[in-house]
Design a protein around this ligand. Structure first.
Ligand code: AMP
Ligand code: ZN
Ligand code: FE
Ligand code: FE
Length: 274
């Protein structure tokens, strides 16, 4: 019997802070009976250079995706972009600016760690797509902490001694870049945003969708966001936020959208790619 249609629209590869390469994610998606996928690396679309031809070869429908890091009223907010043009100069330039921001921020975090007597080896860190989980992994290697969670809880999390926000990109500008690239802008994992003022602001912005299905949501938590999205005529998206070994409890395909939703994005991506 054919498995029910599932498309995971939120996962991270080795191009950001995931531990599976784009090839490995596609292989895993196929072996997990997923029938659609979007790889949403933090602030980069690098995965697609290899992922698009490989997914085609494997017969797995793949649509472009990205998870952009933004700051609104000094609070970190993630937004997802889907089905945009991968050759958009607006998007590629924006990703380059993020790359520079990440590199500078990483150096600043390492300097803070050095100052408190916790030096780490810069050479072991990835040159591109660097994020706090990579720094946390180095801290584990050095035995400063025993887990990624501990590194965030004591040093790297928002408000902790080695937290550096880095250059801030606004939500408005990030939505605009996604729209310039002809894509759809989606509020990522809204239940993780604890400040209701931030939520209120986001809901008045020109988004096209909201992530209603998410691996860490329980069904009663999903319902209000789905209702809010439907009320606005937004697309309700969903995905696992798979990172591989960095978050081993989250499995690829543990959250997903149905065929109807995936087809909307797939048609949009096909049309803008013409
Ligand atoms: P960055 O892109 O450098 O801001 O780091 C964001 C990444 O760190 C995302 O993948 C988050 O899921 C992860 N992250 C944020 N807070 C924590 C935490 N407390 N424990 C583990 N991972 C976290
Ligand atoms: Zn991540
Ligand atoms: Fe996120
Ligand atoms: Fe994510």
């Amino acid at each position: 019997m054919k498995p029910p249609f599932r498309a995971d629209l939120h996962c991270h590869s080795t191009c950001s802070d995931g531990s599976f390469s784009p090839f490995e994610i596609i292989d895993l998606a196929v072996s997990s009976d997923l029938q659609g996928l979007s790889i949403t690396d933090h602030d980069t679309i690098e995965a697609y250079a290899t992922a698009l031809p490989y997914a085609e070869k494997k017969g797995l429908p793949l649509i472009s995706g990205i998870e952009l890091s933004c700051v609104h009223k000094e609070t970190s907010v993630h937004i997802l972009g889907y089905a945009f043009s991968l050759s958009s100069p607006a998007m590629t330039t924006f990703c380059e600016r993020h790359w520079k921001r990440r590199r500078e921020r990483c150096h600043a975090i390492i300097e803070r760690l050095e100052k408190i007597g916790l030096p780490i080896n810069r050479e072991s860190l990835p040159k591109k797509g660097i994020g706090r989980p990579h720094i946390a992994l180095e801290m584990i290697k050095k035995k400063y902490v025993s887990s990624i969670e501990e590194a965030f809880r004591n040093f790297l999390g928002e408000g902790k001694p080695c937290y550096i926000p880095g250059e801030a990109f606004s939500v408005e500008e990030s939505i605009d870049v996604i729209h310039q690239a002809k894509g759809l802008a989606v509020i990522a994992h809204p239940h993780l945003i604890k400040n209701t003022k931030i939520i209120k602001d986001l809901l008045s912005m020109p988004f096209d969708g909201i992530e209603g299905y998410y691996s860490l949501f329980r069904s009663p938590q999903e319902k209000p966001w789905i209702k809010i999205g439907l009320h606005r005529g937004w697309l309700i998206t969903g995905g696992s936020d798979f990172h591989g070994a960095i978050k081993p409890q989250i499995l690829l395909g543990s959250s997903w959208v149905n065929q109807e939703t995936f087809n909307i994005l797939k048609s949009h991506f096909a049309n803008i790619s013409l």
